[in-house]
Design a protein around this ligand. Structure first.
Ligand code: FAD
Length: 503
């Protein structure tokens, strides 16, 4: 028998989960949120909650003894990564055979570690990726709702043009324009008013203090400050941390039972619990949610799950690369960690790419222009259950990454040739590696909307079981994904609370 019963359970506390928790709480439905990471609200001995990328400690990564930052080297020296103590830190790198997936761990999920870029996809590409969704309603109702709830704001263009902190972006813009390419500002959930005070020296530096992938101590409107704070404010939502959901089964009365391992700061399982609920929302992220469902289908605890569960996964075409600038094109010692501009060549139908102009803040001039290219890579992969490890394997191949690389290369060859520049060869570990194609920040798919679920995220084969996170997005959305994930979750909750939760 289940130990603890709630009307609703939400697994995870990232974007999809946070929307579900708030809307359930507002509807008066008592809800338990289960999150495997920590609540990041307690300062360490240095007085800070999070550590910076310049001085990572045990808070940086999820049970590692050495950091695993995306940039492995600098001038071929292994100066980027540092030895750390094992601890439930905030950033995880989930390693599959040919692809690593970076995810946030803690109350707020990816919002704790991401670059804050709050981009609404091109309406035509959204319609292409979600042919069954009412696009007009998304763009008139759910995208605006998501942006407003997330606290999206834009950089003051005059400040952008004048501040040393975005010199690196202006140089990359110039080089893109020299190649005839279009650039565009991207909005953010980092508070630009706060950032200007950082620059003026009147506020503690965070984005201007090399804080980002291991968390921001100030300035960022992460989910714990937006959706999740409001969810707790309803009085109906409880969050349990350091509890990892492992199994899902259906009881004979049609309710769900979630098996959860409670872990301690060493990662050891200190207790296994069972929670029961009527409504179960999966918001554990593309990898987390898909693993829970693939495992449940394979072990026969949710045998009626659709064949689409586990399929349709992609990397949003992510490739990271660096260009070497001429000596006179300095990028500046001081760089904000929050990207604010992209090179938008998505309209180029023969080679659609949207490339974020990424910072590389090291406190010294390095002449590197860094980018995260999002390519329209059509390759998809599936997750399969591996009984030996009780986890999932991902069938992504190196050849599938090569598709992203060739698309990114076409764009950046144009930029290099227009500016007589070359790539940087010293950034990604092994010698002469120019394109980092073995990791993604944007895992998408695994339980694709309209395939593994109905048109609103209701899991096929079961009632009152929902997916609300990035696993609904079919492998690519052309821009950074959290606004899309949030808006889709808002759409699901609006429908489900009207149709599925009769009093
Ligand atoms: P997540 O945010 O991944 O949340 C899932 C949560 O569930 C996590 O807290 C996890 O710990 C928890 N969980 C997983 N499994 C279990 C389990 N079994 N039991 C309990 N809890 C579990 N996107 C943008 O739009 N803009 C950006 O600028 C941007 N930059 C990024 C930079 C980095 C370094 C990274 C890693 C990502 C970035 N992203 C960005 C991507 C964005 O953060 C993700 O797309 C988004 O967080 C996904 O939301 P989600 O709701 O699917 O799940």
């Amino acid at each position: 028998a289940a130990v603890d019963n709630s009307p609703a359970i939400v697994i995870g506390s990232g974007y999809g989960a946070a929307v579900a928790a708030l809307r359930l709480g507002q509807a008066g439905i008592r809800t338990l949120v289960i999150e495997m990471g920590r609540l990041w609200n307690t300062p360490g001995p240095d007085g800070k909650v999070f550590c910076s990328t310049a001085a990572p400690d045990k808070r940086s990564m999820w049970f590692r003894t050495r950091t695993e930052a995306p940039l492995a080297t600098f001038l071929w020296l292994d100066v980027v990564n540092k030895d750390i103590d094992s601890y439930p830190g905030v950033l995880d790198r989930v390693r599959f055979a040919n692809m690593s997936v970076y995810v946030g761990r803690g109350v707020g999920g990816g919002s704790l570690v991401n670059g804050s870029m709050a981009v609404t996809p091109l309406q035509s590409y959204f319609a292409e990726q979600f042919p069954t969704v009412d696009t007009a309603e998304m763009y008139s109702t759910y995208f605006p709702r998501a942006r407003s709830m997330l606290g999206v704001n834009s950089i003051d263009p005059a400040w952008f043009e004048s501040t040393e902190w975005y010199r690196f972006t202006r140089i990359s813009r110039k080089h893109a324009q020299n190649a005839g390419l279009k650039t565009t500002f991207v909005p953010s959930v980092y508070d630009f008013g706060y950032m200007q005070r950082e620059a003026a020296g009147t506020a503690t530096k965070s984005a201007l203090g090399q804080e980002v992938i291991y968390g921001n101590n100030h300035g960022k409107r992460s989910l714990d400050k937006t959706y999740l704070a409001s969810a707790l404010g309803t009085g109906n939502v409880t969050i349990h941390t350091m509890e990892r959901a492992r199994g899902i089964r259906r009881a004979s009365d049609g309710t769900y039972v979630v098996t959860v391992d409670r872990i301690d700061d060493t990662g050891a399982v200190v207790e296994t619990k069972e929670y029961g609920c009527t409504y179960l929302f999966l918001g554990a992220g593309s990898v987390g949610t898909t693993e829970l469902l693939v495992r449940a289908r394979a072990k026969g605890t949710l045998p009626a799950l659709d064949a689409g569960v586990g399929a349709g996964w992609g990397t949003n075409g992510n490739v990271m690369l660096g260009r070497a600038n001429h000596l006179w094109d300095t990028v500046g010692e001081n760089q904000s960690t929050m990207p604010v501009m992209g090179i938008d060549d998505w309209a180029n139908t023969s080679n659609p790419v949207f490339a974020e102009i990424a910072p590389l803040p090291t406190g010294l001039e390095h002449w590197v222009s860094l980018y995260l290219a999002l390519t329209k890579n059509p390759e998809r992969a599936s997750f399969t259950y591996d009984s030996a490890t009780d986890s999932v394997k991902l069938g992504w191949s190196a050849a599938q990454s090569a598709v992203s690389v060739s698309m990114a290369k076409k764009l950046f060859d144009r930029i290099n040739s227009a500016n007589s520049t070359i790539y940087r060869y010293d950034l990604f570990g092994s010698s002469n590696k120019v394109f980092a194609d073995d990791f993604t920040y944007h895992p998408l798919g695994g339980c694709v909307l309209g395939k593994a679920t109905d048109n609103y995220g209701r899991v096929k084969g079961y009632s009152k079981l929902y997916v609300t996170d990035g696993s609904l997005v079919p492998g690519s959305i052309g821009v950074n994904p959290f606004v899309t994930i949030t808006a889709l979750a808002e759409r699901t909750m609006a429908r489900v609370l009207v149709e599925d939760t009769a009093p």
